[in-house]
Design a protein around this ligand. Structure first.
Ligand code: 6PG
Length: 487
């Protein structure tokens, strides 16, 4: 039996599945959990598997784990982000030598990862990697976003193993894993992945609500539409599972399951982190209204009791659409695509700003799009086009201005407007569709309304303004002599 040089700490769903993935790909790996019983359960459950001999359960303490794997081994930590992760690091690192590799695979906040990278610099080689794809991904191939102190060490010690377990893009078989940059880069990119996931899900939910409440369609008919869309440019994991979800019958025999699920969304917080990060970039706010809208929309949904009470006092009832149904359904498909482009553009804007702010060392946007093509929750056909947009030639100022996407925005903006108008007329909210339309319009307006904002600020607070016709900074005595003076 070979001695493992890898260890997986944390035998919850993600850790146990990722460990089995490593074993299946030929890597001997030690299994460890805070409670030995859980390790034993995982090991027992995998006993009959052909890779079982490569799983090495450790039932004692971390010292026993290190005795087996070695002081300079590779330790993957897949426990809850935050304190539980910190606790493992605090107890593990003193047992290791300086060339041991410690990899935090949790959904850690990038600021924690940056801090840990700094704190552990002289103690071990620390990496923070984002793993996407849920249970199925962890077991059979997730998308992996890696960050850490050194690309050289990554290439030498982690690359091969991570490429073995990562998902393979169906287009070209390339592994969906990459070293993306220093310290928090991996977890930052994973956070942006999740923010985009929120927006993607919100847009799909709004399209569903539009078909349900504006067009009066039932779950199976809506499933047919999503299934059809999944054969075109919208092809994606989230659209695909939406059709499946909508077809699921209620186990208690009352029609369709989706119609009986409480309409109050929860969230673990990564979408909110993305919004917070967009507000904290030194050079100024990076607008991410689609992601913000998705977070807000979940938050409003969670206030179920207040909504029910308000519905009685503000009976703004949904109204049915009376126009051409075939046409509005076509518009809806196009609107979903354009709005999705706007939300991805916001994610990419933030990645670029954060790269500058935190010095990740040059995030490769084409590479990021490519490693999102399989394994992760936002995997989608159009990621190939995003990769292409950032692959060669001059970098577009925004995804929406890359030639392929610019053409689509120009062609389909009218559809997005038609959907927003139809939803508004029907009194059905379309938060993220509206936010996407506003973002596209405002981002491409040569003339904004901020001249008035600047004038108001100068009026009440002497905050000064610049002029369009002359260089300089000015202030006007709005209620005094009404003279304008250089500030
Ligand atoms: C992934 C997902 C995953 C996330 C869940 C739930 O990439 O596999 O993003 O990391 O935790 O989707 O997230 P919320 O509870 O915030 O919806």
């Amino acid at each position: 039996m070979a001695k493992p040089s890898l260890a997986m700490i944390g035998m919850a769903v993600m850790g146990s599945n990722l460990a089995q993935n490593f074993a299946e790909k030929g890597y001997d790996i030690a299994l460890f959990n805070r409670t030995a019983q859980r390790t034993q359960d995982v090991y027992e459950a995998a006993r009959g598997e052909p890779y079982a001999a490569r799983l090495h359960p450790v039932y004692g303490d971390l010292k026993e784990l290190v005795a087996l794997v070695g002081r300079s081994g590779t330790y993957f930590i897949m426990v809850k982000a935050g304190e539980p992760t910190q606790d493992v690091i605090d107890r593990l690192v003193p047992l290791l030598s300086g060339d041991a590799i410690v990899v935090d695979c949790s959904n850690a906040h990038y600021v924690d990862t940056m801090r840990r990278q700094q704190a552990l610099r002289d103690k071990v080689r620390f990496f923070g990697i984002g793993v996407s794809g849920g249970e199925e991904g962890a077991r059979h191939g997730p998308s992996i976003m890696a960050g850490g102190e050194s690309r050289t060490i990554y290439d030498r010690r982690l690359k091969r193993a991570l490429e073995a377990v990562a998902a393979k893009a169906p287009q070209d078989g390339s592994p969906c894993v990459a070293y993306l940059g220093t310290h928090g880069a991996g977890h930052y990119v994973k956070m942006v992945h999740n923010g985009i996931e929120y927006a993607d899900m919100a847009l799909i939910a709004e399209a569903y609500d539009f078909m349900r409440r504006v067009l009066g369609m039932g779950a199976p008919a809506i499933a047919d539409i999503f299934e059809r869309w999944n054969k075109g440019p919208l092809q994606s994991y989230l659209v695909e599972i939406t059709a499946d979800v909508l077809r699921q019958e209620d186990p208690s025999g009352k029609g369709y399951l989706v119609d009986h699920i409480l309409d109050a969304a929860q969230m673990k917080g990564t979408g909110t982190w993305m919004v917070e990060s967009s507000l904290a970039i030194g050079k100024g706010v990076v607008p991410v209204p689609g992601i913000y809208g998705a977070v807000e929309s979940r938050a409003i949904s969670a206030r179920k009791a207040q909504r029910v009470a308000a519905a009685k006092l503000l009976p703004l009832k949904a109204k049915r659409f009376a126009g051409n149904r075939a046409r509005i359904l076509k518009d809806l498909e196009r609107a979903l695509y354009v709005a999705k482009v706007a939300c991805y553009a916001q994610g990419i804007d933030l990645l670029q700003a954060a790269d500058e702010e935190y010095g990740f060392g040059g995030l490769d946007l084409a590479r990021i799009a490519r490693i999102w093509r399989a394994g992760c929750i936002i995997r989608a056909r159009f990621l190939d086009d995003i990769a292409e947009a950032y692959q060669k030639g001059p970098m577009p100022q925004s995804l929406m201005l890359a030639p392929a996407f610019r053409r689509i925005v120009l062609k389909d903006m009218a559809s997005l407007t038609a959907v927003c108008v139809a939803a508004a007329n029907a009194q059905v909210p379309a938060f993220v569709f509206d936010a996407s339309r506003g973002f596209i319009l405002q981002s491409s307006s040569a003339q904004a309304s901020a001249n008035l904002t600047q004038a108001q600020r100068d009026f009440f607070g002497a905050h000064t303004y610049e002029r369009t016709d002359r260089k300089g900074v000015f202030h006007t005595e709005w209620s005094g002599d009404r003279k304008e003076r250089p500030a």
